[in-house]
Design a protein around this ligand. Structure first.
Ligand SMILES: [Zn+2]
Length: 237
């Protein structure tokens, strides 16, 4: 069985996958959870099954992510094609929500006492356009008040160089995203921006350390181009 570090808080579970423990072949080796990157669909299905099993869930659901701000409430696995969405919420126990990343920031939210969990895919565009506040609002609509958040590994500010004009445009929306690379050139701290957006709404929020570009055990689109996707996963026990 896949060995996946899992954090439990009051009936909600949080986990972030790495490349380890799956069946996909190079360049998707080995725990690729993305079905849109050219990998063998049977391998992706087996990898998703392993993650669901590892967290004790009946199913792992993953949307078709499009760098938008749409939030979809999930009540069970989709029979056919997954919806286009960059955030998911559910009140259903043992239905694990997954958010796919390979440099973008995976955001997990839970209100375990009120039985609501959610995920958001926050890349530079989604973070700037407000996918994280949209997820918070959707969770509140389902009755969540006491939120806690976990932010998974993504490309770090030292590695994420962008043109000065882009940095200025993003920082106008989310000031804490303004940063510099290790070479002193303009960069974005997307995870820092997400933290800024979450902090006023969460009684507890943690950013897990680690940069996808720098860590060989994580998928990185910026580093490798054609590659797999990891997932942040949240569920109600
Ligand atoms: Zn880095």
């Amino acid at each position: 069985m896949l060995a996946l570090p899992v954090e439990h808080v009051d009936g909600a579970g949080f986990a972030f996958t790495t490349r380890e423990g799956g069946v996909s072949r190079a360049p998707y080796d080995s725990l690729n959870l993305g079905s849109h990157v050219g990998d063998d669909p049977a391998a992706v299905a087996e990898n998703r099954r392993r993650v669901a099993e590892a967290v004790g869930a009946r199913d792992l659901v993953v949307a078709e992510q499009v760098h938008g701000t749409t939030v979809v409430e999930v009540t069970g696995p989709w029979p056919d094609v997954p919806p286009h969405a960059d955030a998911l919420v559910t009140r259903v126990p043992r239905l694990a929500l997954g958010v796919l990343v390979a440099d973008c920031t995976p955001v997990l939210l839970a209100a375990p006492g009120e039985g609501v969990v959610g995920v958001a895919h926050a890349g530079r565009k989604g973070m700037t356009d407000g996918v994280v506040p949209a997820l918070v609002e959707a969770m509140r609509d389902l009755g969540a008040t006491a939120l806690l958040g976990r932010i998974g590994p993504s490309v770090c500010a030292r590695c994420y160089e962008v043109p000065e004009a882009l940095r200025a445009a993003v920082a106008a929306q989310v000031p804490l995203a303004r940063s510099v690379t290790r070479h002193g050139t303009p960069s974005l701290d997307v995870a820092g921006g997400v933290l800024e957006q979450l902090a006023p709404h969460c009684w507890d929020v943690e950013q897990l350390p680690g940069c996808t570009v720098e860590r060989d055990d994580l998928f990185s689109f910026r580093r490798d181009g054609v590659t797999g996707r990891s997932a942040g996963v949240v569920w109600l026990a």
